[in-house]
Design a protein around this ligand. Sequence first.
Ligand code: NAD
Length: 426
Amino acid sequence: MTGLAVPTQAPGGAANPYVTAQRQFDQAATLLNLDAGMRAVLREVRREFTANFPVRMDDGRIRIFTGYRVQHNLTRGPAKGGIRFHPDVSLDEVKALAMWMTWKCAVTGLPYGGAKGGVICDPGQLSRQELEHLTRRFTSEMTILIGPESDIPAPDVNTNSQVMAWIMDTISMERGYSVPATVTGKPLEIGGSEGRASATGRGVLVVTEAACQRVGIAPHEATVAIQGFGNVGSVSAQLLHEQGFRIVAVSDVYGGIYRPEGLDIPALLAHRDAGGRLADFAGTTQVANPALLELPVTILIPAALENQLTMANAARVQARLVVEAANGPTTPEADDIFRQRGIVLVPDILANAGGVTVSYFEWVQDLQSFFWEEDEINQRLTRVMERSYAQVEELAAAHKTTLRMGAYCLAVQRVADATQVRGIYP
Ligand code: NAD
């Protein structure tokens, strides 16, 4: 987990992510000719839950925290989506992230709907005990929603396998028996899956390689900048590095480092794991987060938060390929600028779907109490990502549109078809 002392600031101000998500949906609904009733059903979230709950701090004081869990859609299966701890969490952000989860699960063909959760807090300012108490109490507030058949959380920004273990334990204690399938991204000791920790980054690798083929980029000649060096960013860096891509810049919330000749990623990971700050990694130049996005690189991978690529900076992005490892890093205005400039963008609902895909494998393994080996997981993950990428590319070509709209067409049509065949209750 990353200590967060500095709240993030989006270049060009923060667009409302839910407005962005709805604008993207509207575009796809128009391309697909969805009727007005179906549009109305799919462009709103189904359930939104807010809890204001007390936590006893280490000094004995009681503090009230606010957390959200939003379920956008449950038509194709239980709701699925991560839980984020961050000072900038808002209900609209969680609603957007929940909607994106619906499309992500549909793009990859997973039998899930979409959900997301978040607690407004700065985990860098909480002790481990305070974090545990906060997690357990928020989980307890959410028990009316979550469970293996209804809604299955997972890690997201500033949450990790330990947080998932507390969630699993809290639900299990309240039920009176172990319920491992209630949450994914757990430690292996309690029903976690091999390959889950690296799954999102592995999915990013698969789609980056596929997109490179399409754009005509040779991996060994490509330079890469990655914004965000947490679970997704650092694993993406490691796996891309292993495949011969030259990672020249990475950053975290405090800023970035740049080395045009390429960063020694294994050494950087060891430096980070030993508690070192990125800025102290020898032989590199410091680069601020906004400047990292505009570096002269072949591939740009935003792997931090929303609203990083906006109309304020999209014209200055030099990459030929943008791979959205983060959710919602690009506003619709920046999307337009990239399209006009011929920059290919692999959208979040496809690019970072590796995480939820292996979460699905974890849930299946938990339900069957039968566990697979890492090789098998990675092979199945690669197949899902390659198949999804190919389907998205095909639809984008058929509709003469971007990969984002290709992915939306695939996803929205699947959810619309499921809604149609189920009908409107009662
Ligand atoms: P994380 O908490 O592990 O890491 C986040 C990283 O971003 C940290 O290095 C942090 O310092 C950095 N960061 C925060 N604000 C920043 C800023 N303004 N500029 C640069 N760096 C900043 O989180 P994560 O799980 O790696 O998630 C990153 C993104 O990927 C999020 O958008 C998340 O929703 C998405 N995502 C995560 C998963 C997953 O499996 N964890 C799956 C799909 C999508």
